[in-house]
Design a protein around this ligand. Structure first.
Ligand code: IPD
Length: 256
């Protein structure tokens, strides 16, 4: 793909993510105040309304600027395209955090195999990858380079099904004694972006949706991390694992 078209896709992704972020921030702050403490009782409705409004805004940008491209989003219908390009969007990743007034959520916009953007509007952090570069607010992302799993900080997430959670707890029981610590922050797209930025040494999760990981996994690959698929097994769905090359296989053996 020509550099000009790639640059256009990147601009479209950033515009879509920022427009959605503005909608989400306005509603979040009107419900919680700028510091994230909830002050209204109708928070669940607010979240679904905010989520839907943000996805509508993203779709408006994509259909206006890229009319022939396909779109797959968490909250809307899959739109088949004619150009061979498909956008995969999560207008609000970290819904539970948003609902509880916790400032750990983001907008994820990817044009598959081309561009990935994860926008954290509360921190004003724009993670982006285009054509093999991985940037945070314009500066190259640097993953941790950790070589020893025992000192690694590992992020993860859990499914919603109780039976699946019980199995995931068994895996955590195996992992926890073998690493520095575990984090479950509640936004897969930010988990991936933060791993690409070296804030975590690794991240894995099963049962994750394509829109949760589309942009973040591209960021991790472009930053030089190993990106592996966790195959489905027993009652556990397939998933993703990202880590520095030195610890990826050992962690994969532990959680895979
Ligand atoms: C969720 C978050 C969470 C992950 C869940 C996802 P949502 O996405 O990314 O961290 O553990 O699997 O479903 O529902 O907030 O868009």
């Amino acid at each position: 793909m020509a550099a000009g078209e790639l640059a256009e896709l990147r601009d479209v992704a950033v515009e879509a993510a920022r427009v959605a972020g503005d909608i989400l921030v306005a509603r979040y702050e009107s419900a919680t105040g700028p510091v994230g403490v909830r002050s209204k009782s109708s928070a669940t409705d607010l979240v679904s309304e905010a989520d839907l409004a943000a996805e509508r805004a993203i779709r408006e940008v994509l259909t206006r600027r890229r009319p022939g491209d396909g779109i797959l989003g968490e909250e809307g219908d899959d739109v088949p395209g004619t150009t061979g390009l498909r956008w995969v969007v999560d207008p609000l990743d970290g819904t539970t955090n948003y609902l509880f007034g916790l400032p750990q959520w983001c907008v994820s916009v990817a044009c598959e195999h081309r561009v990935g953007v994860v926008w954290d509007p509360l921190r004003q952090e724009l993670f982006e990858t285009t054509g093999g570069t991985a940037l945070l607010n314009g500066r190259a992302l640097e993953p941790s380079g950790r070589e020893d799993l025992a000192t690694a900080l590992v992020a993860t997430g859990f499914g919603y099904d109780a039976g699946v959670r019980a199995r995931q707890a068994e895996v955590i029981a195996r992992v926890l004694p073998r690493v520095r610590d575990i984090r479950r922050m509640g936004s897969a797209a930010l988990d991936l972006a933060w791993t690409a930025a070296g804030r975590y040494d690794a991240y894995y999760e099963r049962g994750i949706a394509v829109w949760d990981v589309a942009a973040g996994s591209m960021l991790c690959a472009a930053a030089g991390l190993a990106v592996r698929e966790l195959p489905a097994r027993d009652a556990l769905a397939a998933g993703i694992l990202v880590a520095g090359p030195a610890i990826a296989e050992e962690l994969l053996d532990l959680v895979g």
